[in-house]
Ligand binder design. Structure first.
Ligand code: FE2
Length: 378
């Protein structure tokens, strides 16, 4: 019985380590080989490696604690490393959820689902008979009132509407996006924040022109570029966005004055592919600071720069979420902890948007969203 339990425990360890590595390695493509090859081949390689090790251990050991001392050194090392790795992950979670992560005072004040009844036929229809609900077009429009520590009274009530990870293309088509953008335009706001990954392929940049026109807000419409925008062509994407009246912030700050106080709106280039230039973010002066960053992993920079609120996307909420377990694929150095939603560490609040599109064209328990945040002092 004990050996049976132990064998399942080691299988679970391998699965947890696999998810850890996939999120931090194979879903973090490097420039050396194309993204798809890195992600697919990297994931398959990790799977094959861990499956072989798990099978090898199964042959070498009957999983009874009594026979462990007689195990060859290699397998002893493997079981020890696996156990320590899982303990490290558990400790990391404990530190984040128990001590570092702080509660965010965010109150949902509006929520609607404009695609009810459904207007578009969903892809991957073969999932329907399996009772898997593909929410790829099941847009949620949500408005939150968020209390931020240290947020100046002069900017109390300032609002932003965020749209992220559009990934315009075959499935995230114009008809669906018109509905998304109409919903975003309906929300009265002080500014719009579009947090990157507008397209996935270079061929989609030109057809997207004009689609993002018509956003109106007193403080303006701002965008940062994501990793996919860089892979598709950062310059062309930037020009297309500017042609639609959107200001692209690539390591820049824009300031606004209200009642004698300054708001610094900061935009950082993509963490993986963008130009690494932190000085304009770190040196920006402001009584209130908002950072637009495609990747949530720029949180270290937000904290260093004394930012009150960082808004990000990139992870698509994990896209495919499982009941009770949640998402598995969350490409950040924080892994599944940074899938979506609000979190705070000391004075810096982070909101991670679930995005609009993504690949594959499948979302389960993870609706695309348009979000309005109304900011108040805590
Ligand atoms: Fe994305």
């Amino acid at each position: 019985m004990a050996s049976h339990l132990l064998s399942w425990l080691f299988l679970l360890f391998q699965f947890l380590i696999f998810v850890y590595l996939v999120n931090r390695v194979s879903f973090h493509p490097r420039r050396v080989i194309p993204e798809a090859a890195w992600v697919i081949l990297g994931t398959l390689f990790l799977f094959a490696l861990q499956a072989s090790l798990a099978l090898g251990l199964d042959r070498a050991w009957d999983f009874s604690p009594g026979s462990w001392p007689a195990l060859p050194v290699f397998w002893k090392f493997f079981t020890a490393v696996s156990t320590l790795w899982v303990l490290f992950m558990a400790l990391e979670h404990l530190l984040w959820y128990g001590f570092r992560r702080q509660k965010v005072d965010a109150r949902l004040i509006l929520q609607r689902f404009p695609n009810h009844p459904p207007r578009f036929r969903v892809p991957m229809g073969f999932l329907e008979p399996l009772y898997i609900d593909n929410q790829v077009y099941d847009l949620e429009v949500a408005e939150y009132e968020v209390a931020l520590p240290g947020w100046p009274k002069a900017f109390s009530g300032l609002s932003l509407v965020q749209v992220s990870d559009i990934h315009f293309g075959k499935y995230i088509h114009k008809n669906f996006l018109r509905m998304v953008f109409d919903e975003a335009r309906k929300l009265k706001t002080d500014l719009y924040a579009l947090t990157g990954d507008f397209v996935s392929h270079p061929k989609d940049i030109a057809p997207m022109r004009g689609l993002l026109k018509g956003f109106r807000a007193p403080l303006g419409v701002y965008a940062v570029l994501g990793n996919h925008d860089h892979w598709a062509g950062a310059e062309a994407m930037r020009r297309a966005l500017e042609g639609d009246g959107i200001r692209v912030l690539q390591n820049e700050a824009v300031t606004f004055r209200r009642k004698g106080k300054t708001l610094a709106l900061l935009g950082v280039d993509d963490l993986w592919e963008g130009e690494k230039r932190e000085a304009p973010i770190l040196e920006a002066r402001g009584d209130a600071k908002i950072l637009l960053a495609h990747q949530p992993d720029h949180f270290y920079l937000a904290r260093k720069a004394g930012v009150h609120l960082q808004v990000s996307g990139h992870c698509h909420g994990g896209q495919i979420c499982f009941p009770l377990i949640g998402p598995l694929i969350v490409p950040t150095v924080q892994g599944r902890k940074f899938a979506a939603g609000f979190m705070r560490e000391k004075g810096t609040t982070l909101f991670i948007h679930r995005g609009i599109g993504g690949f594959p064209p499948l979302r389960t328990l993870c609706r695309p969203q348009v979000v309005k945040l109304v900011l108040k002092p805590a």
